[in-house]
Design a protein around this ligand. Structure first.
Ligand code: ZN
Length: 246
């Protein structure tokens, strides 16, 4: 059917264009569209900033991060860095924030008590740090066999970074999820084009899942594409460029 496809594409272009202007001037932008209900993993260097963009509104995005270590020097040049046991921890972050509502300038912490990411911009300011990622058995119990889940999405995309088991998927920072006091009343809080921006404070492998939870009107009742926009500072002879990975 043509119409839903077009509806996905039109706001996408408009909502991505603004990031070219508002990110740091002296930087290279990489954009990646995460298809509705799927996942994406990416490595970032210390100092890199990136945005998780809700292109169509009311779409929750589960976010996780691991401190990475380079592959051995004798591995293939294109080999991905490996996640370590140190990862973003919502429990440590709640402890440091004395709450569950991080704001611009505050950090997300690791299970080794180090600041891994700083929130550098946020057009929504409503996120969740209490719920787990939705997982296959959750849907199985509802009779929805084979339904996609955030845990499965992250596991799939983290395999190329060495993840071996879905139980290695960690507890997420749920971008744009509006679940105050552990209520499940209103899940999505974002408008088309809204974003949260992070600065990596360490070398990281990050993973996101565009949450496929399509029950009871959550995620706006319609799972939609989101985008990751990464801004890396130019170094040496690299000239201004912009690449889009659709
Ligand atoms: Zn989910």
């Amino acid at each position: 059917m043509l119409y839903p496809h077009l509806r996905q594409l039109l706001p996408r272009a408009k909502n991505l264009a603004q990031h070219a202007q508002s990110f740091r001037a002296n930087s290279i932008l990489t954009k990646h569209i995460v298809p509705a209900g799927h996942g994406y993993a990416f490595a970032v260097k210390r100092g890199t900033r990136f945005r998780i963009v809700d292109l169509h509104g009311e779409q929750v995005v589960d976010f996780m991060a691991w401190v990475s270590t380079p592959r051995a020097s004798n591995s293939r040049p294109e080999a991905k860095p490996l996640p370590t046991f140190e990862k973003m921890s919502t429990a440590y972050t709640r402890y440091h924030l004395r709450g569950v509502t991080p704001t611009i300038g505050e950090a997300l912490y690791s299970n080794a008590d180090r600041a891994l990411l700083r929130i550098t911009a946020d057009t929504v300011k409503v996120h969740d740090m209490t719920f787990m990622a939705c997982f296959p058995a959750l849907y199985e119990k509802k009779g929805m066999h084979g339904h996609r889940s955030c845990a499965q999405n992250v596991f799939e995309v983290m395999k190329e970074y060495g993840m071996r088991d879905i139980l290695e998927v960690s507890e997420p920072f749920n971008c744009f999820q509006n679940t105050p006091n552990y209520s499940l009343k209103a899940m999505g809080s974002s408008k088309p084009g809204d974003f949260v921006e992070f600065e990596a404070l360490e070398e990281l492998v990050c993973a996101v899942s565009c949450c496929p939870y399509d029950i009871d009107g959550f995620n706006g009742g319609n799972i939609t594409d989101v985008a990751i926009v990464i801004s890396e500072e130019k170094t040496g002879e690299i000239q201004e460029q912009e690449k889009t990975i659709a």
